[in-house]
Design a protein around this ligand. Sequence first.
Ligand code: PLP
Length: 242
Amino acid sequence: MTNTIKTALSERIEEVERRIAAACERSGRSREDVNIIAVTKYVSLETAEAAYQLGLQHLGENRWQDAKDKWEAISGKDSGKGSGQAIWHFIGSLQTNKVKDVIGKFTYIHSIDRLSLAQAIDKRASQLGITVPCFVQVNVSGEDSKHGIEPEQLPVLLTELKELSSLRIIGLMTMAPYETEAEETRPVFRALRELRDEMNKRELLSEPMKELSMGMSGDFAVAIEEGATWIRLGTILVGKEG
Ligand SMILES: *Cc1c(COP(=O)(O)O)cnc(C)c1O
């Protein structure tokens, strides 16, 4: 069973790598500047473990209840591929009362969208004596269904976040609306990059934001062309089961 899973996974990883390489080539970017997060929310523990063993070190989940079993089974294990331990990314919207479950387990948080959440993370992180690298999620597309802060509110939020010493804002995250043509997502990704650059120019944080978390199964190539440094891949990479 596991071998069948691994064969299918290896093929998907190769195909995704080909497409990442092509997007980097088209946009004159270097492959090392693009990191893959394998989003395991649609797959079993077995598949998630296989993905990790095949060298996908960064794993993403969007709900703690669903992630718990995988996190417990995989973290602390070495993949044996020399890539070290699994690094977990929390990519879903986070309720303040779940912060205690997630902080200390998930290294990166991609979904800061309000001060109260950031404050709760900061408090928990300082209790644990850690600093949490975070992304601010921005609703660039303006769709009601999308989480994230409005672009106009970003400067004020960043100024407030600067005061939280156990949080390090490393970049911005967005989700593009679902489009049948990937090309139609380009303005959203471009806007996020321009927003990051503008915020950096205004020096709202102590350090400039380097990262852009954008691009999913349907649109990651366009996101890379527009500057993504973290792409979050579920269906196309590890599949969708059940
Ligand atoms: C589920 C999810 C993904 C991955 O989605 P796919 O389209 O399957 O690649 C990426 N980002 C977030 C925030 C998600 O919730």
